[in-house]
Design a protein around this ligand. Structure first.
Ligand SMILES: [Zn+2]
Length: 266
């Protein structure tokens, strides 16, 4: 019970601070408290530390270069406030893995958890830093030059951020007591899974993610309601697959790849 309460208290403090700093919406606070409480109280301190490291680093990077981002890409026009759907798409699977770990404790849940968070970290770092790249990005599938902030666009800076974001989570996981004696295995599984999950996110963004068009401003967007407040027209991709769906698939693939590597490397 005391573990649950301290998990709840710490999650609430961090989520409210993130709300006040403009990183979470009101519904996003609810999601962060839910994900944080489950992960901290059921996973333990190592799990909680990795989750908080992902959340704080992503929030700080989304505030970094805010003025330039606002000018560069419509995607960032309303700042980095995450809502409930975005929080669950990034952290929901991690919390579910903490629940599974509580029912049937095992090393595999820990590695799966790291794979999931390595993927969403790599993707978030790449998105938030890649947009500040000096040149325009290229589409991951065809290499064609596209506008900054376009889903599926990649740049050298974004790729370095992908490697760093995945390594950050993999390293924190490797030095935790949970990984004692298996640090190298944990690092490699989580890092490779994070990179692969983030690349899959870009691949889906370039091909099948639902994209819309704001006729008023003549720009493509991933939003049904554009940042200018107008309704957009569906243009291409799978209608049911929005950005949150792509993030969820990315985090799930990070988990599965980490587990597959664990199976191969052990
Ligand atoms: Zn518009």
């Amino acid at each position: 019970m005391s573990v649950l309460l301290s998990g709840l208290a710490l999650s609430a403090i961090i989520a409210v601070a993130a709300y006040r700093l403009g990183s979470l919406s009101a519904s996003g606070v609810l999601g962060a408290v839910l994900v944080g409480t489950l992960t901290l109280s059921l996973g333990g301190w190592a799990w909680g530390t990795v989750l908080i490291a992902f959340f704080v680093s992503s929030s700080l990077l989304s505030r970094y270069g805010e003025e330039r981002k606002r000018a560069l890409a419509e995607k960032f026009a309303k700042g980095g406030r995450r809502d409930l759907a975005q929080v669950l798409a990034n952290g929901g699977l991690a919390a579910l893995l903490a629940v599974l770990h509580a029912f049937q404790p095992g090393f595999m849940w820990w590695v799966a958890f790291l794979g999931s968070l390595a993927a969403v970290s790599a993707d978030t770092w790449a998105t938030e830093l890649g947009v500040l790249s000096p040149g325009p990005p290229r589409l991951i599938t065809t290499g064609q030059r596209v506008a900054r902030g376009t889903s599926g666009g990649v740049s050298t800076l974004g790729m370095i951020a992908t490697l760093a974001g995945g390594a950050f989570i993999a390293l924190l996981g490797a030095v935790a007591p949970e990984s004692a004696g298996r640090a190298g295995l944990v690092f490699l599984s989580a890092w490779v899974a994070g990179i692969a999950g983030s690349l899959l996110d870009s691949g889906l963004g370039a091909t099948v993610q639902a994209m819309y068009y704001c006729a008023e401003e003549g720009v493509e967007t991933e939003r049904v309601i554009h940042t200018c407040g107008r309704a957009t027209q569906f243009r291409r991709g799978w209608r049911w697959l929005n950005n949150e769906g792509v993030n969820l698939i990315s985090s799930l693939s990070g988990t599965l790849i980490a587990l597959a590597l664990l199976g191969v490397l052990v």
